[in-house]
Write a protein that binds this ligand. Structure first.
Ligand code: G6P
Length: 485
């Protein structure tokens, strides 16, 4: 056997004492023109959040590598052990685009789009969740800690516990958990709740989401509950609590302070004609993000004469996402049309009020955009957390800039000094944008200072260590607490 094959084989057999299970691996593949394959760290909230934790703890990451019908062996990337899970073309359609992103995603986000219920999609969700559970069961060492991530894998905790009762299993939901009235629509509601109850600890972004879950478990599954604990008939107990996710604030600040970032930010402003106000939105192109309402609000401010087209530019970056799902295609066309209409209606030669970019950028460019912006506009209709809001704050090391933030983003619970808006209220959004643009430096700096303290004191380390500490806390002690009768 060649040395390379030996390394591969050894890494495939090594058992990990810390295992992350997520729909995606934290890397994307790049195939060069000459056919050489290179993996790159992928962008995105989930990866941003977990990568530093993995690096410090070591361990294996189990996830889909993003391509159809391809089985890849486990491999190492930058010191991480990666275990690819294959998905067939049909499974991508039914498990990923279907049940995960056309059933659960809209249902869990306040049904801002209509969720579709199809039995074949559910069957694929069960099959793929089982595959992830089996892979995790194989990769984990005895008594290992396994941390399952997000809505695509809600059945994994129960399946994994059945295969490996020795494991300590955590689950974290990155998106909102809906109120009971909406969750009840799901034909497979009981199976999802029971799937999650396979974990020792179920984490949510907000306390309200944990309460929704506990209430549903009591009503739908009939288990006893007391505050944050569910008591199962087999004597086990499950804790459901909020752990608001965050970012590596120090890393963003470091990036923001680089001379290259400052130069690039100046470049960006210059190429826009050095306007008085640069407003910025950076989102995945998703119907939950409130792009329509936000752009309309800005367009109306110019049409009303409240903002001069020579004074303000709105940069909207929309990262391509889930492009094969119908609702996302419709949204893309809608936004293309809306931007065209607003620029056509209120723009002038050489003055386009909205600079719209349908693209994804590396972190360095994001940091430069954050530094170039006077007002960051984060106005989702519903969002589990929204890390862009926190990234912007982390980059404002000089306490400048203003954040306009939706009340319906999880981040609103922490970033109280933002200009908070109800994103459905277009007049309210217009007022908040004006207020943020017109506030003096002192007012904005007072607000930014407070938000920066919040983000710096509660960064990604804090999130991960709180969750893992609780997950590994002495269960015997916990179980000796008196049970409700
Ligand atoms: C959200 C979800 C993640 C997901 C990400 C990107 O942040 O919570 O689980 O990975 O969106 O979406 P995608 O469908 O491209 O993985």
């Amino acid at each position: 056997m060649s040395p390379a094959a030996q390394v591969k084989r050894r890494s495939a057999l090594r058992k990990a004492s810390f295992v992350v299970v997520a729909n995606r691996l934290p890397v994307d593949r790049d195939t060069g023109p000459d056919g050489t394959v290179q993996w790159r760290k992928s962008p995105g909230g989930l990866v941003t959040a977990l990568e530093p934790v993995m690096r410090r703890n070591g361990g294996a990451w189990i996830g889909w590598h993003g391509a159809p019908d391809e089985k890849l062996p486990p491999f190492q990337y930058d010191g991480l052990e990666l275990v690819p899970v294959h998905l067939t073309t049909a499974e991508i359609e039914e498990y990923y685009e279907g049940f995960s992103n056309a059933t659960l995603w809209p249902l869990y986000h306040d049904v801002v789009a209509h969720p579709e219920f199809h039995r074949e999609w559910w069957d694929a969700y069960v099959t793929v969740n089982r595959r992830f559970a089996e892979r995790a069961a194989k990769a984990a060492a005895r008594d290992a800690v396994v941390w399952v991530q997000d809505y695509q894998l809600q059945l994994v905790p129960k399946m994994l516990r059945k295969l490996r009762p020795d494991l300590r299993i955590g689950f974290f939901l990155h998106i909102p958990f809906p109120p009971t009235e909406l969750f009840q629509q799901l034909p497979w509601r009981r199976q999802i709740l029971e799937g999650l109850l396979g974990a020792d600890l179920v984490g949510f972004q907000l306390p309200g989401a944990a309460q929704n879950f506990i209430r549903l478990v009591r009503q739908r599954v009939g288990h006893k509950t007391h505050r944050e604990t569910v008591y199962l008939p087999d004597g086990r107990s499950v804790l459901a609590k909020a752990y608001p996710i965050s970012i590596d604030a120090a890393e963003f600040e470091e990036l923001a302070r680089k001379p290259e970032t400052t130069a690039r930010a100046e470049d960006i402003r210059r190429s826009l004609g050095n306007p008085k106000h640069v407003l910025l939105g950076i989102d995945r192109l998703d119907y939950t993000k409130g792009l329509r309402q936000r752009l309309r609000a800005f367009g109306e401010l110019i049409a009303d004469g409240e903002v001069d087209v020579d004074d303000a530019v709105f940069i909207q970056v929309a990262t391509p996402s889930r492009e094969r799902v119908d609702q996302y295609r419709i949204l893309r066309d809608d936004i293309d049309r809306l931007v065209g209409r607003i620029n056509g209606d209120v723009g002038r030669i050489g003055q386009q009020p909205i600079t719209y970019l349908h693209a994804s950028y590396p972190r360095s460019e994001m940091a430069a955009l954050y530094r170039a912006a006077d007002v960051m506009v984060v106005t989702p209709l519903r969002d589990g957390m929204n890390l862009v809001a926190k990234e912007y704050v982390a980059c404002q090391y000089d306490d400048k800039g203003a954040l306009v933030l939706s009340e319906f983003a999880g981040a609103a619970a922490e970033l109280k000094q933002a200009y908070q808006v109800n994103p459905y209220d277009i007049n309210g959004t217009k007022s908040a944008l004006l207020q943020a643009m017109r506030a003096g430096d002192r007012e904005n700096s007072r607000r930014m200072k407070a938000m920066r303290k919040q983000v710096n004191d509660n960064d990604i380390d804090h999130w991960a260590s709180n969750f893992l500490r609780e997950l590994m806390a002495d269960r015997d002690l916990h179980e000796k607490q008196p049970r409700p009768v």
